[in-house]
Design a protein around this ligand. Structure first.
Ligand code: GRF
Length: 203
């Protein structure tokens, strides 16, 4: 049985596309795509594959908690068992995370714990690093602080331009996120009991 997954988006949706092109219909089934932004291009990518979509604009709810609750209700109604944040530009609070325990993951364009939060690539360029990278991690209540699942690095010693770095990181993101979903779908991830931040990959 494919793992039913939901994808949360806010923008372009190239990572959603990577999931639709790889694991969808195989190890996983994308059963829901929720956007925080009306008209996000990611919604069209989902619709093109007949994946149900819903938009949850912040302005439609009295507060973030109410919006998060509505999203969690919709994802549960669609039977999602894993929530993938793919360019979702909002923080999720503990109440949402408690509804999907150890089942929310995110892709971030840096080698965490370096450069969490917004504008990770710009932060890395400003710091002057020569090695960039991508992290897929479990989501906790902090900003990009959850346990690391997969990381991949790339040396770009001459990089000066954020768009150039992003273009170099895209293929890494589009490989790592589906790979993490595959691992979760086959039950290959567990926490090291002696060090719960460490994620062990079986097999
Ligand atoms: C990606 O760079 C991802 O790492 C970050 O947001 C961006 C989303 O891009 N969290 P896309 O919408 O998947 O194209």
């Amino acid at each position: 049985m494919p793992l039913p997954i939901a994808v949360l988006v806010s923008g372009t949706g190239t990572n959603l596309q990577a999931l639709l092109d790889t694991v969808h219909g195989h190890e996983a089934e994308v059963v829901a795509v929720a956007s925080s932004v009306v008209g996000a291009p990611a919604l069209e990518r989902a619709a093109a594959r007949d994946v149900p979509t819903e938009v949850f604009p912040r302005a439609d709810y009295p507060d973030r908690a109410a919006r998060d609750e509505a999203i969690a209700d919709w994802l549960h109604a669609r039977s999602a068992r894993l929530v993938v944040l793919a360019g979702y530009m909002e923080l999720l609070r503990e109440r949402f995370l408690a509804r999907f325990p150890s089942a929310v993951i995110n892709v971030h364009p840096s080698l965490l714990p370096a450069f969490p939060g917004l504008h990770a690539i710009e932060q890395a360029l400003a710091y002057g690093v020569s090695v960039f990278g991508v992290t897929v991690h479990y989501v906790d209540a902090g900003v990009d602080t959850g346990p690391v699942i997969l990381q991949r690095a790339i040396e770009l010693p001459d990089a000066r331009d954020p768009d150039e770095v992003l273009a170099a990181l895209r293929p890494l993101e589009h490989a790592l996120l589906p790979e993490a979903v595959r691992l979760i779908a086959r039950g290959a991830l567990r926490r090291d009991p002696e060090h719960p931040r460490r994620v062990i990959i079986d097999g």
